[in-house]
Design a protein around this ligand. Structure first.
Ligand SMILES: [Zn+2]
Length: 126
């Protein structure tokens, strides 16, 4: 599902603003989120990975407290809502009632790659 070849092979730390997806679609009964970018690229994001990637204060604190694989408890979760926030990010609501996560476009693109989540959680995306 890697749809954006990027020159250095690494996600850039200092991000230029990028255009919002042309289409944001919740698919397969909420099992995954499809993002169609203006350049024609498509990213498919599984709900458990998205849920585990939530960076809100609550999830961040829980991850620190438990020190466990963040994907552990999110395996069966599905996506209920996906709403664009301004022109820079997506707010996703999940079947476990959690809807505080804000996912900037570049974070979503990085999540669509096979980069380990633990690594992405260490980086900043805007
Ligand atoms: Zn959260």
């Amino acid at each position: 599902m890697i749809s954006e070849p990027n020159s250095g092979g690494a996600v850039r730390h200092v991000a230029m603003p990028i255009a919002a997806p042309a289409h944001i679609t919740v698919r397969d009964q909420g099992r995954c989120l499809e993002l169609a970018w203006p350049d024609g690229a498509r990213d498919l994001l599984p709900a458990p990975r998205l849920r585990a990637a939530c960076r809100c204060a609550v999830c961040t604190a829980e991850r620190r407290a438990h020190r466990q694989d963040p994907a552990h408890e999110a395996a069966t979760v599905s996506i209920l809502t996906a709403e664009q926030i301004g022109n820079y990010a997506l707010n996703v609501g999940f079947s476990d009632g959690h809807a505080r996560g804000i996912y900037p476009w570049r974070y979503l693109q990085a999540l669509a790659t096979d980069t380990p989540l633990a690594e992405l959680l260490e980086r900043e995306f805007r």
